[in-house]
Design a binder for this molecule. Structure first.
Ligand code: SF4
Ligand code: SF4
Length: 222
């Protein structure tokens, strides 16, 4: 019977000890938040998901070159002289079509090295840190603003321009090959070759001259 009441006392006592901690925290300021409904502010310069303003991107590839883990896949196409791609907000003329611009954020180590060399400051790290996906492929972000039709059109025009340029270059090279060397007229150039080839010996120039002068002297003698 005595043991029975002792067990009851110990149970109540241990409950009171545990509840003491709870009662103490009831009168302290709360430290927990109702995430994800409530979020703590993060530091101003924290590095999270990347953002690219494609209106300002000139396709210079500086970000790609700076990335230590090859997150970027960028492809550019030369614009035609008649194309007007506009200017960036920093006043630079855009000369290249950016037909591919992806960042594999799954590889990204958030070093921020890609943001520093950008001449137009169009790539930035944002404060967005919740972007988990079920598939790894969904972490490859596409930033290109051109439609597939526009990309095909731009590439076709660039290929045509390159073809024309190559044809012009080939024609110019052919014309240069056909023309005589500068400073040498065709009349002086032609005789030199047959004499040298007809009298094969290496010492011919002198001997040829001697032979050439011989008939004159014989004629005079006769
Ligand atoms: S933050 Fe670093 S790892 Fe991520 S894309 Fe930029 S350079 Fe590459
Ligand atoms: S460095 Fe800037 S301008 Fe150059 S390709 Fe990257 S995002 Fe575009």
């Amino acid at each position: 019977m005595q043991q029975y009441f002792r067990d009851i006392f110990v149970s109540v006592w241990t409950i009171l000890i545990g509840m003491k901690i709870t009662f103490m925290h009831m009168f302290k300021p709360t430290v927990t938040i109702q995430y994800p409904d409530v979020r703590r502010p993060i530091p101003e310069r924290s590095r999270n998901r990347l953002y690219v303003n494609m209106d300002d991107c000139i396709g210079c590839l500086q970000c790609d070159l700076a990335c230590p883990v090859n997150c970027f896949d960028i492809e550019t196409v030369k614009s035609l002289p008649t194309d007007d791609l506009g200017m960036t907000s920093t006043g630079q003329k855009k000369k290249l079509w950016v037909t591919k611009f992806t960042i594999d954020i799954g590889k990204c180590c958030y070093c921020g090295l890609c943001t520093y060399p950008c001449p137009t400051e169009c790539i930035k790290m944002t404060d967005v840190y919740e972007f988990s996906e079920y598939k790894r492929h969904d972490l490859i972000y596409n930033y290109v603003t051109l439609t597939q039709g526009e990309i095909t059109d731009v590439k076709a025009k660039a290929a045509e321009m390159e073809k024309e340029a190559a044809a012009k270059k080939a024609a110019a090279a052919a014309a240069a090959k056909a023309a005589p060397p500068a400073g040498v007229t065709p009349a002086t150039a032609k005789p030199a070759t047959p004499v040298a080839t007809a009298t094969t010996p290496v010492s011919t120039p002198v001997e040829v001259k001697a032979e050439a002068s011989t008939p004159q002297s014989t004629e005079t003698k006769a």
